[in-house]
Ligand binder design. Structure first.
Ligand code: HEM
Length: 208
């Protein structure tokens, strides 16, 4: 087996299954504790699940944004083979996070959900981010890359940069007041986007 075969046939499936770990943990814990208020998910299990899924959504999003800088700094090219999978998982956890809000938190009360979207800015930002990420997930297949053409596909997928910023704004606004956790995520996002900006400026300077 070549190195590429090992990545494709062994490492990728292992990473794929590992990415389902956070979902499996929360689903199993919720199921086995019967959603009880004295269980491991705390006094408000629905809030816990929603926040937990939001945390994993932003983690996967930042992980996807980290892959190019990691390759650039370490020269580890094989890591690029995981970028699409991690990006799609980010959208998967965003969908679960949004579904838990719609189904568990609001019980599909669409009037209440619409009120929330229009009145609570962090939810407006969250939903805007969902619509920003949706076309990226929809065009993540090999067939769509071919259909769009590599140049247009790369251009479209630059939307992941504002999506990272919106995710951090959503998190910061949701927590209210100055809190360390959203600031740490925003700092990581700033470093990851700053790396790209620096590379871009370097390229531009070299070209002139
Ligand atoms: C890229 C998209 C999104 C990301 C990365 C994201 C991430 C997050 C994060 C990290 C939190 C805070 C969790 C914590 O306190 O530990 C959060 C909270 C929340 N998000 Fe999102 N979110 C996104 C989209 C959405 C959407 C589309 C909705 C609903 C329409 C939504 C609704 C909420 C709600 C209601 C909370 C607060 C829950 C509470 O008050 O307990 N989010 N989100």
């Amino acid at each position: 087996m070549t190195r590429n075969d090992v990545i494709r046939k062994i490492v990728k499936p292992v990473v794929f299954v590992a990415c389902l770990g956070p979902l499996a943990w929360v689903a199993w814990t919720a199921y086995s504790s019967g959603f009880g208020p004295s269980g491991p998910l705390g006094a408000n299990p629905i809030e816990y699940i929603n926040r937990y899924l939001g945390d994993w959504a932003i983690r996967f999003l930042l992980a996807a944004l980290a892959i190019t800088p990691v390759r650039g700094i370490t020269g580890w090219n094989a890591i690029m083979q995981f970028r699409r999978m991690i990006g799609v998982y980010a959208f998967f956890y965003v969908c679960l996070h949004m579904s838990s809000y719609i189904g568990l938190d609001q019980f599909f009360d669409w009037a209440e959900i619409w009120k929330d979207i229009t009145k609570r800015t962090y939810i407006t930002v969250g939903i805007a981010n969902f619509f920003l990420l949706a076309p990226l997930a929809a065009t993540s297949t090999q067939g769509m890359i071919k259909r769009l053409g590599a140049k247009r596909w790369v251009k479209l997928h630059k939307l992941v940069y504002p999506a990272g910023i919106l995710a951090c704004i959503h998190f910061y606004m949701m927590r209210k007041g100055v809190q360390l956790e959203p600031i740490i995520y925003a700092a990581i996002c700033a470093v990851l986007l700053g790396y790209r900006l620096a590379k871009h400026l370097q390229k531009k300077a070299a070209a002139t």
